[in-house]
Design a protein around this ligand. Structure first.
Ligand code: FPP
Length: 250
């Protein structure tokens, strides 16, 4: 799908993360099943990947299934997993056309085998693409990622000949290498649809200086115009990273 012309002036974020909320309410309003909402949501995810590619966004992360989503009704979880297993192989031609490299953030070992295999295959098949990284966050939780990072670091400490030095050297920058997101860029813009103003355990480490954008739009209704509005809003922000405006002007 080609993108309409954006009204953007400046400042395309490198990494955009999206909490795709509102599928259930979209379905309910149309007297449909929740899974129909997720199916329509998956179509919007497909659209947004192509728009992001065309706009020059380098990394797009989509919160597709959180560590907490396992607590949903079994039928809904099963439906989401089978959507993943059936839709991903179908999207391979689009991913090649748009030069998309698929990557995963989260522990996919817990996924049903058909879904896990579809994800692994799509990652392998697209590993040589270089236009945009699509990061599917699956069985992902920011707190779980930080705990995994602490365990990883602690194991290194226990095995290291000079643990005191390793401890001394630990910094915000170096701790990143113990996280799952080691190779990801920090999130520049975090969008959440569906009218709620919270992060819900998404990208906690990188939410530190992400610009947050909340919209009432339900995810299945998300459009290019909505994305463009979020990007224009982002471009109007002054990212100070703790410094003053005067310092930035120098
Ligand atoms: C939140 O909406 C959405 C999800 C928990 C799943 C997001 C999934 C997709 C967009 C489909 C593509 C992903 C997969 C795994 C195939 P909600 O259900 O909480 O909506 P509500 O708040 O209106 O109930």
């Amino acid at each position: 799908m080609s993108s309409p012309k954006p009204a953007l002036k400046a400042g395309i974020p490198c990494h955009v993360g999206i909490v795709m909320d509102g599928n259930g309410r979209w379905a309910k309003a149309k007297d449909k099943a929740r899974l129909d909402g997720h199916r329509e949501g998956a179509s919007r995810a497909r659209d947004v990947v192509q728009w992001a590619h065309d706009l020059g966004i380098r990394q797009l992360s989509l919160y597709a299934f959180s560590t907490e989503n396992w607590d949903r009704p079994k039928l809904e979880v099963r439906g989401l997993m089978s959507l993943l297993a059936t839709l991903l192989p179908r999207e391979l031609p689009m991913m090649h056309e748009k030069n998309v490299r698929l990557r995963v953030l989260g522990d996919i070992s817990a996924l049903p085998s058909a879904a896990r295999r579809a994800v692994e295959l799509a990652c392998t098949e697209t590993a040589g693409n270089s236009g945009i990284d699509l990061i599917l966050c699956l069985n992902y939780g920011g707190q779980q990622e930080i705990i995994a990072g602490i365990k990883h670091f602690a194991r290194q400490l226990l095995a290291d000949a000079n643990p005191e030095q390793l401890l001394q050297d630990l910094s915000v920058q170096s701790f990143r290498s113990y996280l799952w997101r080691n190779e990801l860029r920090p999130v520049d813009l975090l969008i959440r649809t569906g009218g709620e103003s919270r992060i819900s355990n998404f990208h906690l480490w990188d939410a530190a200086y992400a610009e947050l954008y909340f919209t009432d739009c339900l995810w299945p209704d998300f459009s290019f115009a909505e994305l463009d509005r979020a990007l224009q809003d982002y471009a109007s922000r002054e990212r100070r990273f703790g410094r003053t405006s005067e310092q930035l002007a120098k």
